[in-house]
Structure formats: C-alpha cells, structure tokens
Design a protein around this ligand. Structure first.
Ligand code: ZN
Length: 202
C-alpha cells in the first residue's frame, strides 16, 4: 500500500509553501481530515492499521480517540478491530471522558489519532483512560509526523515526542518534512510567500 500516494490523491498531502502552527515554514503540509473524506479510503487505511495491531498479538478491548482530530480514524479502526469506540474531549482545556462512556477496570485500550505529531492529545486521552482503570496497550495513527518512533520504522523518537517509549505506536507511514525558520527558508528566498493552510478556505 502506497500511503503517501493515497494522501496525495486525496489532496491530504499538499505541496507548496506553508506556514506551520509552530511558525516554521515547510514545502509540505498534511491536511489529515481530507484522506478520510472518502469512507472507502478511511476503511482501507483503518484495515491496514488494524492488521498491524492484530499481527502484533496485542489484545484490544476498545479504542479511544481524542476529539476532534482522532474521531474518524478511531471509529474506523474500532470497526476494523471489531471493538468498542469511545472518545475523550477537551472541556475548558482539560481532556475528559463524558457522554456516558465507561471505562471498565482492566480493559485494554488503543489510543488512536489521525496523525501523531508530538502525541500530546493522545497522551492526555490515555491518562484519562488510565485514571478510570483502563490499560493502554498501544497508540495508533494513520500517519506519523516523524517526532515519535513507530513499529516497523527505523526513525527514532525526537526529544519533543510525548508518547511513552514503552508502549508501541502503530502507524502506516512516516511523514517527515523539512522545516525552516522563516529567516532561513529557501522557499521565501525564492520569492514566494508562505501561507497557513485553512486561511484560504482549505
Ligand atoms: Zn518560507
């Protein structure tokens, strides 16, 4: 499966000159939600991710995703694994599990995101599941932005990866893009202007 090509075809992997939320510039941008716009593609990707998890032999009882970004990927993964799906959401900045979702003592959870950057939201969701008595057995994402280390890839975790190193991260692809400070951006030097995806209606 050529995951990068699937992202490109779905216009979820953009090429251009982008201003990232960190303030840095990049020639690439992942618009992660776009790859899930076609439910058939979402199903295909989630099934590939589920296969990795099943082959690892890890027993999973449920998937939990941090809202909003992880919802569709998590639901699709839970469908492919044939397990329950719940989500955590931020209320006044605090990640919480509400809406009648119950975590049972000793249940095994996979925390699922659409994309793992540093994994901050995934870790917060995991802490909520653990606080309610659940076990975190793995993290999962369709795409890994390259700050954390995933199963089956040689890429090493960077300092800013927030995910615990003793839990596996399953993801379909590493998307490591070169980033530039605005003062030292070759794309700026070529005379183009960086823009923030979303600010022009996309
Ligand atoms: Zn630039």
């Amino acid at each position: 499966m050529n995951v990068a090509q699937i992202y490109k075809d779905a216009q979820a992997l953009l090429e251009g000159h982008f201003k990232l939320s960190s303030g840095n510039h990049s020639g690439f941008y992942l618009q992660s939600a776009k790859v899930l716009e076609d439910p058939k593609t979402a199903k295909l990707l989630a099934e590939a991710l589920a296969t990795q998890i099943k082959e690892s032999g890890i027993k999973v009882d449920a998937v939990c995703s941090p809202a909003l970004g992880g919802l569709i990927a998590g639901f699709a993964l839970a469908t492919a694994l044939d397990v329950r799906f719940i989500f955590a959401e931020r209320v006044d900045g605090e990640m919480t599990i509400r809406r009648g979702f119950e975590v049972t003592e000793g249940e095994n959870y996979v925390i699922c995101e659409d994309i793992i950057t540093t994994g901050g939201s995934a870790l917060e969701a995991a802490k909520q599941v653990e606080a309610d008595g659940g076990n975190i057995v793995a993290y999962a994402a369709l795409a890994n932005r390259g700050f954390c280390s995933r199963e089956g890839s040689d890429l090493e975790a960077k300092e800013n990866c927030k995910l615990p190193l003793d839990k596996p991260l399953f993801a379909l692809e590493d998307f490591t893009f070169e980033m530039y400070s605005p003062d030292d951006c070759p794309l700026c030097k070529d005379g183009s202007v960086a823009y923030k995806p979303g600010s022009r209606g996309n």
